[in-house]
Design a protein around this ligand. Sequence first.
Ligand code: SF4
Length: 374
Amino acid sequence: MPRVMSPLKDADAFHEALENWFLRARRPLPWREDYEPYHVWISEIMLQQTQMERGVSYYRKWMEKFPDIATLAAASEEAVLRAWEGLGYYSRARAVVRAAAILKERFHCRFPSDPEAIRSLPGVGPYTAAAIASIAFSHDIACVDANVERIVTRLFDIDEPLSGKTARRRVAELAGELLPPGRARTHNQAMMELGALVCGKAPRCGGCPVRGFCLAAERGTARERPVKKAPPETIRLTMTAGLILSSGRCLVLRRPPKGRWGGLWDFPGGVAEDGVPTGEACVASVRERTGLDTAVTAALPAINHTFTNHRVCLQGFLKKTETPPVPLTEEGTSWQWADLEGLGALAMPSACRRLVEENRLLLASAMPDSARLA
Ligand code: SF4
């Protein structure tokens, strides 16, 4: 017989221990000041795939630019993508733009409280809908994110990988059973905070407020829960970017709205196949994306960049031409000749932004019309 209490059978004691700890230990996050639905929504979207510290910094800047739904709905997609630049997963920002338009047209710039209406917004999946519905509107819905999954598998010592549907469904059911009616706002945040601060990948069971309810801690299996699936393979890519300069301006292309880096501006170029010299690969990619025949004139220092499971080495090349040629791009791609100030104002993938910033002096001398970046 386990010597620990059951978080389900001894639910009152479990909730008291968890919530008291949360009220003492919670981080003073800006959206916790008022739980205003717009604030909770933006924080939840930003924190998907983003570390808290980084998310808070972006959140504060975002709220200075777009303090409410009406301001956001009136902003251009370009301005929103620019504010998002560096956070990655740009489909989230584009979904925010679409959702803001719906909030304006259908809900008169008020965030809906109905869970179904929340779930129907672009970019809002089951977890995000549950988080907004419970944290902003106190609906009795359990939030099940990676933190909560980790805690539940440990509390109940579940020994199946969560990649299996059965185990994941069981964890979601248990998370729902753990939810105390009427206290979803505090409970959900307490569970997620516990996962972030105490029950992380390396659990700190000694300081855990629910140690007395945890079967995995009792059995010494906490570090083995959740049972892991094989990690995704690391993908290494060499990419090229052709910085074609003419009359003090640089050619930039805007990617089609869907797909990786959709809606962002970058330089013509692409993936270099193994064994192909990067200069040649760059010329071929520029031709493919713009129809232009260019010969590279100088290689820039390479940029190493990591996103998700990708390790990218981005090699930039300069090419100067006298008369700005007219590129022929694929459908959905737009283009412009931008000066340095213009480049600074465009939303770009982080690797391209670094390519510009780390070669700022060189570009300023090659593009003398405007020698500063916004
Ligand atoms: Fe996590 Fe350890 Fe607390 Fe269990 S006792 S919930 S494993 S930190």
